[in-house]
Structure formats: structure tokens, C-alpha cells
Design a protein around this ligand. Structure first.
Ligand code: GLN
Length: 541
């Protein structure tokens, strides 16, 4: 029987609830239990697919084609459990389903209300589509006290009340700030947040208190007393230098033991965290540094390219080298400053992206990497722009462009109007809805033997996650080949180019998919291993 752990957050957002959920899940796995993690997001978008990553952070894509919250990326990276569509809901999705049913008359004349209709829908999500898991960890987005998260809090309260209460528990993540002027850690915000949670009918069983330093025993005992939580269950979560140290830190603080104790469960096997120790040690031990210049629309929000940053660091872990990532604003690049801005590159990367703004700067950077034999990695948009760059500068078709930017007859990259998905043909039109209509999720690609791609993957059939609306067309395939630019992987029907490469170049690979979504610290993605390896070689030249 599955046990449910609900994780809420208080005081402020960005306390790392997702990392806490993922780290706890990993510890429970190491105790021999099967886990699944889910995210309940209170915002009104149906999914984050149409939201700007510069506001909300990266859109994480699952194998089954859902556009989800970036926390699902942490869940997969920490547990290796493949996330599914059924692991993320939003208020928007709940309301969309309810309103659709209401329009069909399925409520038989009844008044449709937040309680019970919305809360029932949320409860259904919590234990839907399970497969013998021992633990389901549900992270509730937002911060206690937000108006929009109220139905979610009410739903988990009801869930706990209606089922055997010993089968579910509440973990509340809070902040214990340090006030430098008085030299004290303050417990009051935590007390208030728990008071708010209790006023909604939820008594937390464990408090995870984020702090930038040790929380003295006296202060933890004070929190326990005021918040009605046992002393042992007030657990400190001190800032860690790397997110991959969090599982070990939680184990040292006894979080896993407290959870098992609550459910009256024993560990099924002796805890061996070698895997996490190795990852943390590699990060500490890494010797030297490679400079990776990412040319994109600069964003101060580190979360906008979460999986990419992580995947690059995984490549670093594998090659035992520190990866220094520099963001270069593509709009600021011009012929006059290109060399200045890019000459320190051990590797240049153009990541996924959308829209015309900044694209010319990215194309300049790609040309620079190609001509100066600097390892180049193009991801999705970065592959499409590499194709445009090659057509412009190697085939001398100066007006080569993408139909994403202009309606042009010289589109090297065009809108995909149809493609094969399993046994069906997916069709799109220029005016199709934007939400959920891209070529999304896992698709196979067939890799050409004797290519760099094959050398990297060591496999003929690969499966990678996609998120794109446009695609490089095949018209220039032969002429590009004559100039040394080849497509080394295609969709199984041979129609959609999936990988572009330049065999004579040190390392020039563009991929139509997002390999960063599948990389894990203890199982770095082959492309990132290879790219950082090439950058390391370059750094030693
Ligand atoms: N804008 C491009 C497309 O939609 C690339 C998308 C991406 O980089 N994820 O095809």
C-alpha cells in the first residue's frame, strides 16, 4: 500500500521544496522502497508550456510529451524514476477538465464548486496512475498563505482525514533567517507559517528548516514547542555548496529515519550512499576548469536553463573538471566584438530558444566556432541555426532563414506541418494553438554508422526528448554534404533530421532534441560527456 508524503513550503518561495522532495525520495529508494514524486501547481496555466522560462524557469518535458514544472527534472535526476504526464497538475488543468464536463452537462444540474468538485479532482490526481509504489511524495507549489493554493491545501487535508491517517504525513519546509544586526537566527517566521498551516487544518509532522548556518538546539526546541512538532522532527536544512550534497546532509540530520519511524517501517536494506558520495567528491576533487560560453538571450534567472546547467556539470563530473559557464547575450554580439567575447572559449553552446531576437548574434557565434575549430554544441534552436549558418556561409545563400522569423522562400528551417507519432500522423497549421502542440516528448532517431553521433552514443537507435515546432528541411542535404556538413541521425521515417555534424571539425554537433533532460549526475548523458571532454582537450592546447 502506498504511503503519501505531502511537502508544503512556508515563509518565502524558492526554499528548495523540490530538492527536498527529490532528496528524501532518493533516501527512501536507498532504504529499498519504490517511490514516485508528483507536483501540484496552483497557477492557472494549464501547463507551463506557454510560460516564459525567464519568469517561471525551464519547461521540463517528459518522455510521454508533457510540458511540466522544472521540479520534475530534479525528481528524475535524483531518483532515476521517469516522470509522467500524470505527475504534474495545475489549477488551470483542474478547472479546464471541470468546465469541459460542466459544459457537457455531466454535473446533472448541480452547482459546481471549489469544494467538493475542485478538491475531489485534486484528490483523484494524488493517487491516480500508481504502480506498486511504496511512497508517493506530493510537492505543493507556492507558499502557505497564498490564496491560489487554498484548494490544494484543503484537498490534502481531506485526503489525510479520509484515508488511514497513519498512511500519510506532512512535511513543511520553512526558513529560519539570520539577522546580522542582532547576530541571531529567527524562528518567528516559521512559527507564523505553521500557525497559518494549522489554521487550514494541517498539523505538520516534520519541519525542514532552511538556514544558512547551524540552528542551535535551543532554537530547534523552541520551534518544536511553538509548532507542536516533536523535537526530533525539527530538522535543519543548512545551505549546501552543491545540490547533490543534500541527500547526504538529510541523512546526517536523520530525515529518512524520522519518516520511516512515522510510518512504522524499517529500512529494507542497509543504507549505502556511495553513489551520492562519489558525485559530491568528484565535484570537490575536480581539477582544472573549462570555459563554456553559452550564447543565448541572457537571463538572470538561473532556473531558465536548469537542466542544461546540470547536464553540463554532469559532463564535468565525468571528466573530473569544473565547468565554468559564461552567459553571453546574443543581442550584444557583433563582428566587432565577437573575437573579444569568444576567444576564451573551450566550448561554445547555443541552447534551445524561440524567436528572432538575438538569432543573428547566435549565428555569428556558430560561425566563429566552426571557423576556429572550437567545440560547438547546438541544442534544438542551436542546431537549426547551425544549419542556417552553414547554408548562408558555405552555400552562399545569404537570405537563408527560418520561417519562425520571416515568411521567406529561403527557409532552411520550416514549420513542421505533419510528422509521424507512433502509428498516427500529427498535423499542424500556421494558426494552431500554441499550448501543447509542439512535437513533444520522446521520439526515436536512427543514427548513421561511422558518424561522430554513433561514436558518442554507441547505438543505432536512440530515444530523446523533443520540444520544437520547426524543423530543418531536407533540401540542402546533398549540397551541405559536399561542403562537409552532414546529417547523422534522422527520424525513423527518414524525413526529419535529428543530428547535424561536421566530421572534419574538432567537435561540432547540433541536435534537434534536448539531451539535457535525460542527464543524471550518476549517469551523465553521452553528448555532455563527449562535449566537455572535447572542451577539456581544447583547454589544454
Ligand atoms: N524555436 C524552435 C522550434 O520551435 C526551437 C525550439 C527549441 O529550441 N526548443 O522549433
Amino acid at each position: 500500500m502506498a504511503r503519501f508524503i505531502f511537502v508544503t513550503g512556508g515563509v518565502v518561495s524558492s526554499l528548495g521544496k523540490g530538492l527536498a522532495a527529490a532528496s528524501l525520495a532518493s533516501l527512501l529508494q536507498h532504504h529499498g522502497y519504490k517511490v514516485r514524486i508528483r507536483k501540484l501547481d496552483p497557477y492557472l496555466n494549464v501547463d507551463p508550456g506557454t510560460m516564459s522560462p525567464y519568469q517561471h524557469g525551464e519547461v521540463y518535458v517528459t518522455d510521454d510529451g508533457a510540458e511540466t514544472d522544472l521540479d520534475l527534472g530534479h525528481y528524475e535526476r535524483f531518483t532515476g524514476v521517469i516522470s509522467k504526464k500524470s505527475d504534474n497538475i495545475t489549477s488551470g488543468k483542474v478547472y479546464q477538465d471541470i468546465i469541459k464536463r460542466e459544459r457537457k452537462g455531466e454535473y446533472l444540474g448541480g452547482t459546481v464548486q471549489v469544494i467538493p468538485h475542485v478538491t475531489n479532482e485534486i484528490k483523484k490526481f494524488i493517487d491516480n496512475d500508481l504502480n506498486d509504489e511504496d511512497f508517493i511524495i506530493c510537492e505543493i507549489g507556492g507558499t502557505i498563505g497564498d490564496i491560489e493554493s487554498l484548494p490544494f491545501i484543503e484537498a490534502i487535508r481531506q485526503f489525510h482525514y479520509e484515508n488511514d491517517t497513519e498512511m500519510s504525513m506532512f512535511i513543511h519546509v520553512t526558513l529560519v533567517p539570520y539577522i546580522s544586526s542582532s547576530g541571531e537566527l529567527k524562528t518567528k517566521p516559521t512559527q507564523h507559517s505553521v500557525k497559518e498551516l494549522r489554521s487550514l487544518g494541517i498539523q505538520p509532522n516534520i519541519l525542514l528548516c532552511r538556514a544558512d548556518r547551524e540552528i542551535p538546539k535551543d532554537e530547534r526546541d523552541k520551534i518544536a514547542l511553538f509548532c507542536n512538532v516533536s523535537k526530533d522532527n525539527v530538522i535543519q536544512a543548512i545551505n549546501a555548496p552543491s545540490i547533490y550534497e543534500v541527500p547526504i546532509n538529510f541523512m546526517n540530520e536523520g530525515l529518512d529515519k524520522r519518516v520511516l519511524e512515522y510510518f512504522n517501517l524499517d529500512s529494507k536494506k542497509s543504507l549505502d550512499l556511495k553513489m551520492w558520495k562519489n558525485v559530491s567528491e568528484y565535484i570537490l576533487k575536480s581539477d582544472g576548469e573549462v570555459n563554456i560560453n553559452i550564447v543565448g538571450k541572457y537571463t538572470g534567472l538561473a532556473d531558465a536553463y536548469k537542466s542544461l546547467n546540470e547536464a553540463l556539470s554532469h559532463g564535468g563530473i565525468f571528466n573530473k573538471v569544473k565547468v565554468k559557464i559564461n552567459w553571453i547575450e546574443s543581442e550584444d554580439l557583433s563582428l566587432s566584438n565577437l573575437d573579444d567575447k569568444l576567444k576564451n572559449s573551450d566550448g561554445i553552446l547555443v541552447p534551445g530558444g524561440f524567436g528572432k531576437r538575438g538569432s543573428e548574434g547566435k549565428i555569428l557565434a556558430i560561425k566563429y566556432a566552426r571557423e576556429n575549430d572550437i567545440p560547438y554544441f547546438g541544442i534544438c534552436f542551436g542546431m537549426q541555426l547551425a544549419a542556417i549558418e552553414a547554408v548562408r556561409n558555405l552555400l552562399n545563400i545569404n537570405e537563408a532563414t527560418s520561417s519562425e522569423f520571416d515568411d521567406s522562400s529561403s527557409s532552411v528551417v520550416g514549420l513542421m506541418t505533419e510528422w509521424a507519432k507512433e502509428d498516427q500522423l500529427e498535423k499542424r497549421k500556421i494558426d494552431s494553438d500554441l499550448g501543447g502542440t509542439m512535437r513533444l516528448g520522446a521520439y526515436d532517431a536512427i543514427v548513421e554508422p561511422e558518424s561522430k553521433a554513433f561514436e558518442i552514443y554507441g547505438e543505432k537507435i536512440i530515444s530523446e526528448r523533443h520540444r520544437h515546432r520547426y524543423e530543418v528541411n531536407n533540401n540542402y542535404r546533398d549540397s551541405l554534404k559536399e561542403k562537409g556538413v552532414i546529417f547523422s541521425a534522422f527520424s525513423p521515417d527518414g524525413l526529419l533530421p535529428e543530428i547535424l555534424e561536421i566530421p572534419s571539425h574538432t567537435w561540432f554537433v547540433g541536435v534537434q532534441f534536448h539531451p539535457e533532460l535525460k542527464s543524471k549526475p550518476f549517469e551523465p548523458h553521452p553528448l555532455f560527456k563527449s562535449f566537455i571532454g572535447a572542451a577539456l582537450k581544447k583547454s589544454k592546447e
